[in-house]
Design a protein around this ligand. Sequence first.
Ligand code: MV4
Length: 449
Amino acid sequence: MITQDHTIRKLLIANRGEIAVRIIRTCREMGIETVAVYSTADAMCLHVRMADAAVCIGPPPSAQSYLNVNNIIMAALQTGCDAIHPGVGFLAENAAFARKVEEQKLLFIGPTPETIELLGDKVKARNTAKRFELPITPGTQGAIKDALDAAEAVKLLGFPLIIKAALGGGGKGMRIVRSAEELTANLALASREALANFADGTVFIERYLENPRHVELQILADGKGGVAVLGERDCSVQKNHQKLIEESPSPGVSADMRERMSKGAAALFHELKYRGAGTIEFLVEGDSFYFMEVNTRIQVEHPVSEFVTGADIVREQILCCAENRMELPVGPQEIQGWAMECRINAVGPGTVTRLDIPGGHGIRFDSFLYAGYTVPPYYDSMLGKLIVHAKNRERAIARMDRALSELAIEGIKTNKESQRWIIADHTFRSGTFGTSYYETMSKEIEDAG
Ligand code: MV4
């Protein structure tokens, strides 16, 4: 492998919203100039104003702007950038994009296209994880091609089962089946849906766990085999596969489980000579954990890991990719206190008429909102994230409640009151919830706000 020594002077951010703002902030501290890109719907966006330069890349629909590979690469070349940071979503896990970026001698802030491709295929990722003695969810070794393969899976696993698309992820293209009839009825449908959404009809089957925790480890790796593990995040509070609250540590992970997860994860990322930030996802049920998938990007919820480790994950990510080094020591990082994040989502369109941002010790609000901003209807509903850090979970919850009470967003409807209901709920406070928590409580949560 060729070791890169690629100090960046100017970086294009192929994204919008709060993550673009987040990346610009670290770049400014590192002395890296930034170029924002924006659609015609986003001319008034905060990331456009904050960057050193901005290039319009197309009309409002993402397919013609934030997913427009040629326009984005052209913008980078024309403004003299050396690197592209894809942020989260959009092109962040697109191996073909990463490859085209490299072909233009631009540095992609992320893993190599080969690594993105390998880990983006869940069947390949499962078989890779198995080699490092990471327990994987009981399921089929390979793709399910026909009814015969499916019958084999039933014999091995019983019901309930979950059909997943090999190139899916984040809950897209999943189908839960509870009987042989349902399996037969859903197999072809799932495959056709996978083909339509991911251009590949490959599906596989796992035993379905009813109410596991969703736990993920934050990884940084230098591309030469050095791996830092920044503890875990619990992301079990989700609505339709949209995470709502994340925290670190996880209330359901013991020191022993953390060590076993970290060891296996570190071995996997070491062997792949992984480069940059990544997340390895597990399902946790009691004392057992099962590997699920790897996300080859920085994630929305990274600030909870920044609070408990003190690291700047965007800075480390840039160093890993540009210079094959990290400032963090290799190995498991020391974890301090407890961090929690509430995502603040718009519940409808409109113009923000007033914005009061919470402050004080242990509070961070990552957002692209400002008073006067009009939320366009084209993109993700997330407006920002409120993140708190305190000594322990109880104090973090008290701080989150206080911070949410200070946050005022007028002119548009948000999910703020729903978030307050959840953090006041005794099941949430007990720390014993799993991924079906939101759905079980949805009526009360939604009545609150
Ligand atoms: C599962 C599962 C239970 N059993 N797989 C969701 C996102 C994607 N990464 C995989 N996901 C899951 N896979 C098995 N074998 C539970 C989830 C899951 C989930 C399922 C239904 C409703 C909400 C969920 C939240 C997190 C994870």
